[in-house]
Design a protein around this ligand. Structure first.
Ligand SMILES: [Zn+2]
Length: 315
């Protein structure tokens, strides 16, 4: 069944694609904003961070689909509206079916229509081809040659391009990376080519804090997270502008520090892996010296709802 998407704001998409030289990637265009008049209070510093939404095309897996719709409704009722939303992977339930992505598109429509731009990283339950196929607007074509600019090559056997993005904001730059290695297999990796790209892009932006977001957790022991964590560390450790690594995958909410690097584990909206976890998403407000994270639980009765964590870059 075809999904009718509202028209994209093509002009701003092309502009941002050219600016970063990586158009055609999934994150930068995904659901471009369609402003119907800015009657709400919208903050360019306010972002929604969500992860592991695991939306399904099937009506019989309604738990995560219902939770996703609850999140969308709650976002649209925030007194200060965000400028953008980043989903850090595992958008789809297990295998990244086109129908899963069409379902997500349908659910996200109210946010797009209100002017929120939505970006997605890829997780181990996403499928790169299906993701792109579900969003034909972003696949470079002869009609849109200007969209056909370089993406980051993947050095694994799948021969797909990794889908990456940089979003520049007033106080910090978001770097959205792609750690999907093989669909429906748990571990992930960035690969050498993407890490080289990351190093170059970081070097081109030394002045502002860099916030890196991807699906997989740092993992040097277990082998179920980011397999090339050591190579990733070699890129970010010598670059002091990298202030935070943000990821999902573990379906757990928590923040910690590794020396000067803030580690932010985003919760899932879909399901829990242990009793202490919480189904939730996060409002992230960027300021000059850090980020205010506010947890928003799917179940409003959860006492963790609205709790805040202050990330101070130099604290
Ligand atoms: Zn997940």
């Amino acid at each position: 069944m075809p999904i009718t998407l509202p028209p994209l704001n093509r002009r701003s998409f092309v502009k941002s694609a050219i600016a970063f030289g990586i158009g055609g990637s999934i994150p930068s265009f995904l659901f471009d904003s369609i402003a119907f008049g800015e009657t709400v209070q919208r903050s360019p510093e306010c972002w929604i961070l969500a992860s592991d939404t695991h939306v399904s095309e099937l009506p019989d897996t309604r738990q995560q689909n219902a939770a996703f719709q609850t999140m969308v409704r709650d976002i649209s009722q925030l007194p200060t509206q965000p400028t953008g939303m980043i989903i850090s992977g595992d958008c789809a339930v297990l295998q990244g079916k086109i129908g899963d992505y069409k379902q997500i598109i349908e659910y996200l429509k109210p946010l797009r229509e209100s002017g929120i731009k939505i970006h997605a990283a890829l997780g181990n339950h996403d499928n790169r081809q299906n993701f792109l196929q579900a969003f034909p607007e972003v696949t470079p074509t002869k009609k849109n040659p200007r969209l056909k600019v370089k993406a980051v090559r993947n050095d694994d056997s799948t021969n797909n391009t990794k889908q990456v993005d940089v979003i520049e904001t007033k106080h910090a730059n978001w770097f959205i990376l792609d750690s999907l290695a093989k669909t429906n297999e748990t571990p992930g990796s960035f690969g050498k080519q993407q890490l080289t790209w990351l190093a170059d892009e970081l070097d081109a932006r030394r002045e502002k804090p860099a916030l890196i977001i991807a699906h997989h957790n740092p993992d040097v022991l277990v082998g179920q997270g980011l397999l090339d964590t050591a190579d990733f560390a070699k890129v970010i450790q010598p670059r002091p502008q990298v202030k935070a690594y943000i990821y999902g995958h573990t379906h757990f909410w928590g923040t910690s520090r590794m020396d000067n690097l803030h580690i932010i584990n985003l919760p899932s909206t879909a399901w829990l892996f242990n009793d202490n976890a919480v189904l939730a998403w996060v409002v992230a407000t960027l300021h000059e010296k850090g980020i205010t994270l506010e947890l928003k639980t799917i179940d409003k009765k959860d006492k963790r709802n609205n709790t805040k964590v202050e990330i101070n870059y130099d604290g």
